[in-house]
Design a protein around this ligand. Structure first.
Ligand code: ZN
Length: 368
């Protein structure tokens, strides 16, 4: 029963900082009971903790028609939240960490497979480390253990099919200056003033980016943000260094290095006016977005099954990595993204059950 599976999944603490082997063992048993063949794809994370992507297949093949994809990890929870690992039903809602992000989808996928026999090959894909930079999915995209025609990626969307998502990029910028007593500014160069000049340029770039529009998104263009800035050592010292983080969310129709190229041109201009200008850019993340045509059979099918028109999201999902496995992708799942990651996370029971039925219909139609 779907609620029991979800309760089992929530009981297993699978916060991203821990190994996910325990939840993988549980999923293996469930999948084997359904007659699926399971394959572990382990890797070590940065702290040498064992993480596993699990693939379960209806047949021993490397090409599948449909994959249902859910991440096994969750964000951390407040230790005082007693329901976090003890799924609790109240007012038609199931409370617990991961109930909507994304264990509810996993429970629905397992339940769907109990009620339908796919003819064409199907895979369940359970990933690790989604919440800390889609690392498990990136590992899969690199290894390419499967070719997938269609994939349904679980994330809380209140059962609205999502056919496109913006990418996610991050860079750390370190601007160098020369320290000096602030009474004698000519003896040094302030890294804070230098950073400010560069940030002014970035604000202009942000405005420029509005011209390249993708009407399916809200807002319909690439956005950027400088969320953190830190510089200088004392009020009466010219700052020797200033660091800031630059984050941007590119629309999927824009080349992934577009903003970085604009930024590099801005650095060159600033350097022309100030030959001593020095800065390092460490672009640590460049997650691509994804887009599936509204005319894709996958999107049409999910719009029919859910009764909702497809839409887009402005955050990153594993759908982008699934595209790298040659797949047309859609994101859908029970629960509301605004409830995810909070104390008191829940999934509505009726959405959970409807999700299992939507997935059952999808398997029936795509794999018959
Ligand atoms: Zn999630």
């Amino acid at each position: 029963m779907i609620k029991e599976i979800l309760a089992d999944l929530v009981r297993i603490d699978s916060v991203s900082s821990r190994s996910n082997v325990e939840i993988v063992e549980y999923l293996e048993q469930r999948c084997e009971a359904l007659g699926l063949i399971t394959r572990r794809l382990p890797y070590s994370d940065e702290l040498e903790i064992e993480k596993v992507n699990l693939i379960a297949l209806t047949r021993d093949v490397t090409e599948v028609e449909l994959a249902l994809v859910g991440h096994t990890d969750t964000v951390p929870y407040d230790p005082n939240w007693s329901e976090a690992t003890n799924l609790t039903e109240r007012d038609g809602k199931l409370f617990g960490r991961g109930s909507c992000d994304t264990k509810g989808f996993i429970a629905a996928a397992l339940t769907a497979l109990e009620n339908v026999k796919p003819n064409k090959p199907l895979a369940l894909i359970f990933t690790a480390d989604e919440e800390i930079g889609l690392r498990g999915a990136k590992q899969l995209a690199q290894l390419k253990p499967l070719q997938v025609r269609y994939s349904i990626v679980g994330e809380p969307t209140s059962l609205k099919p999502i056919r496109a998502g913006k990418g996610y990029s991050l860079a750390e910028v370190i601007v160098k200056g020369r320290e000096a007593h602030s009474a004698y500014p000519a003896l040094g160069a302030s890294a804070v003033f230098r950073a400010a000049r560069l940030i002014n340029r970035l604000e202009s770039i942000a405005t420029e980016l509005r011209d390249d529009q993708h009407p399916a998104f809200d807002p319909p263009y690439t956005t950027l943000n400088i969320g953190l800035i830190n510089g200088g050592s004392a009020k009466n010292v010219l700052a020797g260094e200033c660091r800031f983080t630059l984050e941007w969310r590119p629309i999927p129709t824009q080349p992934s290095d577009h903003l970085l190229n604009l930024f590099k041109a801005a650095i060159e201009e600033v350097t022309k006016a100030d030959p001593g200008f020095q800065c390092e850019v460490d672009a640590s993340r460049q997650d691509t977005g994804f887009e599936t045509s509204p005319d894709s059979p996958l999107i049409k099918l999910l719009e029919r099954a859910s009764g909702k028109e497809s839409g887009t999201v402005a955050f990153g999902t594993e759908a982008a990595q699934m595209m790298l496995l040659d797949s047309e992708s859609v994101v859908i799942g029970p629960g509301d993204i605004r409830e995810a990651h909070r104390t008191g996370e829940f999934v509505p029971v009726d959405e959970l059950e409807r999700c299992a039925e939507i997935l059952r219909q999808s398997i029936q139609q795509l794999c018959s």
